[in-house]
Ligand binder design. Structure first.
Ligand code: DHB
Ligand code: MG
Length: 214
């Protein structure tokens, strides 16, 4: 079904195909979003009218290309990546896609990069995509909220993990990272959220989508 939807509805050009395939050159091959998921991110950014986007987890920059194209010429994407190796791959992909000038890649621990943005009193972001190491999800949400405004939309990837996330006693810190962030969202009166499961070329997984109301 994903192949059919992508063939029918998702306009991946050579730069996107190359970015997706170059995932193999990163420290985490195959972790990038599927083409129809990248298109979903792009649609959400446009629906929100976002011009300032923050991304946790760049890898090869596949989702970054979708986000950067969606913000348009006057827009800006800040993407946080731990590994220089991945940032180098991403930079080439962003250049090929014609959007490198509107993307800032910050290399290093994403929590520290985000703290630098907070310390610099960076203008709030309109849209945030959290898709990096899962144990840090609660920290990334906290940082995102400090870098947001009422109306900011946040999307978190990989909140299902083949159903593993239902296991409250899991010893997998990635599972606990997802569970903790969901509990944090539920307790935060400023946030409206829902989660959706996805099935497709990336297996069985899901997204959480939230909006900061105030
Ligand atoms: C993993 C991380 C991702 O962001 C993803 O989309 C798929 C898998 C992982 O940590 O295994
Ligand atoms: Mg992911």
């Amino acid at each position: 079904m994903d192949a059919y939807f992508v063939e029918t509805l998702v306009d991946e050009d050579d730069a996107l195909v190359e970015a997706r395939e170059s995932g193999r050159l990163t420290t985490m091959p195959q972790a990038e979003v599927a083409p129809n998921q990248g298109k979903l991110l792009s649609l959400l950014v446009r629906m929100v009218g976002a011009t300032r986007v923050l991304e946790f987890g760049t890898l090869a920059g596949y989702s970054t290309v979708w986000l950067a194209r969606a913000v348009g010429e006057g827009g800006q994407v800040t993407t946080l990546e731990l590994e220089q190796q991945n940032a180098t791959v991403a930079e080439k992909n962003l250049e090929r896609a014609g959007v490198l000038d509107r993307v800032q890649i910050m290399v290093g621990r994403a929590a520290e990069s985000a703290q630098r943005l907070i310390d610099a009193e960076t203008q709030p972001y309109d849209f945030v995509f959290i898709d990096a190491d899962k144990p840090s999800n609660p920290a990334y949400l906290e940082a995102s909220l400090q870098l947001s405004r009422p109306g900011t939309v946040i999307v978190i990837d990989n909140v299902v993990r083949n159903g593993a996330v239902i296991d409250a006693s899991s010893t997998d810190d990635r599972v606990q990272g997802v569970r903790s962030v969901l509990e944090k969202i539920a307790k935060d009166g400023r946030l409206d959220a829902t989660s959706l499961q996805t099935v497709g070329s990336k297996g069985w997984d899901g997204f959480t989508i939230l909006r900061r109301a105030r």
